[in-house]
Design a protein around this ligand. Structure first.
Ligand code: UDP
Length: 322
């Protein structure tokens, strides 16, 4: 049995990871400031004898020092959720991401622990070198366009993690998460699939931004958890960056149509211009596909949960909660 510390473990991905690690027989400590994470996400296992929730911020270095000391592995997932929140609170976004990761990496390095750092496919920005591979260039927009602050802050996290690996031999793995979806993902932070499902179930119009031709690849959270649990166990993965996601591409308009069809919803599809959905300065990425060769070389190939099945599982979850 190992002890895993998960920062941001009351969030969507973190809570699935915690549940899976408990199921594997490990002890799990979650630290979460509950700003976007929720105790509701932990309900299924919060009374488990090997589970502990610490309500605090990763910026509390004294508390983090104690928790890192008790852990064998640290999953650093605490960050900011959703493009809308990044645009609303840019200072908090940048400070939490950069300072939080600095704290985690420094403490893990001092105490010789294995760390996983969650990064994002946003770091590829507007690159059109598809599919995005880990060694490809980043192409971020101007600093006046708030969206890019998130990608830039996460890129600093990656630089710092790789620097700790090279200079201090820290055992660290970085994963760039592509769009991850599944039960417990809240519609509140604007993410498209939980939003469409909630809208379809409640008979509201499905709000497609722009003309809906932008494309994304959605990966089931259970598949993501499977991958990241394995990445940290293998020392040859340390000091490397991995794309984690699915390569099954769908346009946002097709996504809206598939959600409607799967749920049998009579909701309309309404097209919302980007400047009304976000702000005048907003830039979206037309396509975002991961190159998964490095991940497959490290972990082997896995058959992923398909989009229609994901929609069904998410709809069931929302109906059970309603
Ligand atoms: N989107 C949409 N309607 C919504 C929410 C999002 O059309 O109600 C679009 C969004 O503009 C983007 C895509 O869906 O093009 C994916 O958005 P999300 O915020 O889920 O993730 P992103 O890929 O932008 O990080």
């Amino acid at each position: 049995m190992d002890t895993y510390l998960i920062t941001g473990g009351a969030g969507f991905i973190g809570s699935h990871l915690a549940e899976s690690l408990l199921g594997d027989g490990h002890a799990v400590i979650v630290i979460d400031d509950l700003s976007t994470g929720s105790v509701d996400n932990l309900r299924a296992f919060c009374a488990h004898p090997r589970f502990e929730l610490v309500h605090d911020s990763v910026l509390n270095e004294r508390r983090m020092g104690e928790l890192v000391g008790r852990a064998d592995f640290i999953f650093h997932l605490a960050a900011v959720v959703g493009v809308a929140r990044v645009l609303e609170s840019p200072i908090r976004t940048i400070q939490n991401i950069v300072h939080g990761t600095d704290v985690v990496l420094r403490l893990a390095s001092e105490q010789n622990k294995v760390v996983f750092v969650a990064s994002t496919s946003e770091v590829y920005g507007k690159s059109n070198q598809l599919p995005f591979s880990e060694g490809g260039d980043m192409q971020l927009g101007a600093t006046s366009k708030g969206r890019w602050s998130y990608a830039c802050a996460k890129a600093i996290d990656e630089f710092l993690a790789l620097a700790y690996f090279r200079e201090r031999q820290l055992a660290v793995v970085v994963a760039r998460h592509f769009n991850t979806v599944g039960p417990r993902q809240s519609a509140r932070y604007g993410m498209v699939l939980p939003r469409f499902i909630e809208q379809a179930l409640s008979g509201q119009p499905l709000t497609v931004h722009g003309d809906g031709s932008q494309q994304r690849c959605f990966c089931y959270v259970g598949d993501v958890v499977w991958a990241i649990k394995r990445l940290v166990l293998e020392p040859s993965n340390y000091g490397k960056v991995f794309n984690v996601g699915s390569a099954e591409e769908v346009s946002i308009l097709q996504l809206a149509q598939r959600v409607k069809a799967k749920i049998g919803s009579a909701s309309e599809i309404s097209f919302v211009p980007y400047h009304l959905a976000y702000d005048n300065n907003f830039e979206d990425m037309p396509r975002r596909i991961p190159d998964l060769q490095r991940l497959h070389a490290a972990l082997g190939f896995r058959r992923l949960v398909r989009l229609d099945e994901i929609i069904e599982r998410m709809a069931e979850h929302y109906l059970a909660r309603a």
